[in-house]
Design a protein around this ligand. Structure first.
Ligand code: GLU
Length: 436
């Protein structure tokens, strides 16, 4: 089947039995299971519980694109605004064949909790287009981006919904979104997206922000376990923006990167991989496979490799109840959104693995997105050192807030993170009251 055919294949949404593996892999169910647990501990009143279980708005658009061949293809695009009580909706856009409405809903909810957790004045949203960007030309991608943007334009805006990069989107795509929105508004609106090129109102340090945030919280977690970052053995799954930068920054702090993997395969070297050399390799060949100076391993083997810190930085549902019992890391730093299923949480807790949950671990990206939005609206730009210092202070504080709550309520760090975040969103709803 061609990529184009797959891109437009109708998707059946399944809401399977809770006990099946399929349920384990439904990201919205995975989010809800943790939310329910936190809501119970917070004693959330039943009305608010119902409000927070449902996304505010779900948009589905058809995105017609003229392919380079002259043929017209129609893609499906989603944008979900989960909750906007604390401020404009905020969240990335991904281009991927695996995008579904259930996934986008879960990711939008995670953005809501993430922004509340690091206490920035945003709600949460997410978007996605079902497509295979690797099978599309630059021109096709531009047309897809602009048409999708115009499809969701009513809800976009610096005060209502602010996209950013996510899986398979980057600053190039953000520039097209900013231009399309600005052309409709008849004036330049830089603050409508974040993760833009620095030359057009992007923030210094935004590209590295998610990986840099992961580095800060990994350092704090190691210190909590009485371990030093220098010499800590790290395995990173995913070598895109988040994984590659996390590996690079941790290596620069003296950690030993023992394994990395991307879609093409993985590499292992217990003595430590040369990350700058890997970055050069990937820049030229766009994949890790074939790199000669390490032993090949599979992505699955990487998860259970001998290491101190495991960084899943690729996609959802990679740590499941099947492989969790074999994980040897002492710390898991979730660079990706939703890499661990709810069933696997229980196994990790029993094993005493310290989890830095996704809504904390990868919040560095949206934190610097917030800085970018502030800078765009103020028209005054900060130097990189200021960005990084402010990011560090937010990440370190949020880490310790989560750990303190986990200790206080004797719950794991993921449930503590949800309690902190859901509690903040709930407090805002209570103060605002119900508009009837
Ligand atoms: N896509 C990133 C995330 O999942 C960044 C979102 C943003 O900056 O708005 O956190």
């Amino acid at each position: 089947m061609s990529d184009t055919a797959r891109a437009t294949e109708p998707r059946v949404l399944i809401r399977p039995d809770k006990d099946t593996f399929l349920a384990e892999e439904n990201p919205f169910e995975a989010m809800m299971e943790r939310f329910d647990h936190a809501a119970k501990l917070l004693n959330l009143d039943p009305g608010l519980y119902k409000v927070l279980r449902n996304p505010e708005k779900q948009i589905i658009v058809s995105v017609p694109v003229v392919r380079d061949s002259g043929e017209v293809e129609v893609y499906t695009g989603y944008r979900v605004l989960y909750n906007t009580s604390r401020g404009p909706a905020k969240g990335g856009i991904r281009f991927d064949l695996n995008v579904t409405l259930e996934e986008v809903k879960a990711l939008a909810a995670w953005m809501t909790w993430k922004c509340a957790l690091v206490n920035i004045p945003f709600g949460g949203s997410k978007g996605g287009v079902v497509c295979d960007p690797t099978a599309m030309s630059m021109g096709e991608l531009e047309r897809l981006t602009r048409r999708y943007t115009s499809g969701i334009i009513e809800t976009l805006g610096p005060d209502s919904d602010v996209p950013a990069p996510d899986v398979n989107t980057n600053e190039r795509v953000m520039a097209w979104i900013m231009d399309t929105y600005s052309m409709h508004k008849r004036h330049t609106v830089t603050a409508v997206v974040t993760g833009k090129p620095v030359e057009m109102g992007g923030s210094l340090g935004r590209r590295e922000a998610t990986g840099r945030g992961c580095t800060f919280v990994t350092r704090e977690a190691l210190a909590r376990l009485g371990m030093a970052l220098k010499g800590a053995r790290i395995a990173v799954q995913g070598f895109g923006n988040v994984g590659s930068i996390t590996a690079d920054l941790l290596a620069k702090e003296g950690a030993v990167i023992v394994a990395v993997a991307d879609k093409s395969g993985g590499l292992h070297n217990p003595q430590g991989l040369d990350v700058p050399d890997l970055l050069r390799w990937v820049r030229e060949r766009r994949q890790l496979a074939g790199y000669p100076k390490a032993d090949p391993i599979t992505g699955e083997e990487l998860l259970t490799t001998d290491c101190d810190v495991l960084v899943p930085a690729a996609t959802e549902n990679v740590i499941t109840r099947k492989n969790a019992p074999n994980i040897r890391a002492k710390i898991i730093c979730e660079g990706a959104n939703g890499p661990t299923t709810a069933a696997a949480d229980k196994v990790l807790e029993e094993k005493g693995i310290f989890v830095i949950p996704d809504i904390l671990a990868n919040a560095g990206g949206v934190t610097v997105s917030y800085f970018e939005w502030v800078q765009d609206r103020g028209g005054y730009f900060w130097d990189e050192e200021t960005v990084n210092r402010r990011l560090e202070s937010i990440m370190v504080k949020s880490f310790h807030d989560v750990v303190a709550l986990a200790d206080k309520h004797k719950v794991n760090t993921r449930i503590a993170a949800y309690m902190l975040a859901v509690g903040r969103v709930a407090a805002m709803h209570r103060l605002r009251g119900m508009y009837a």
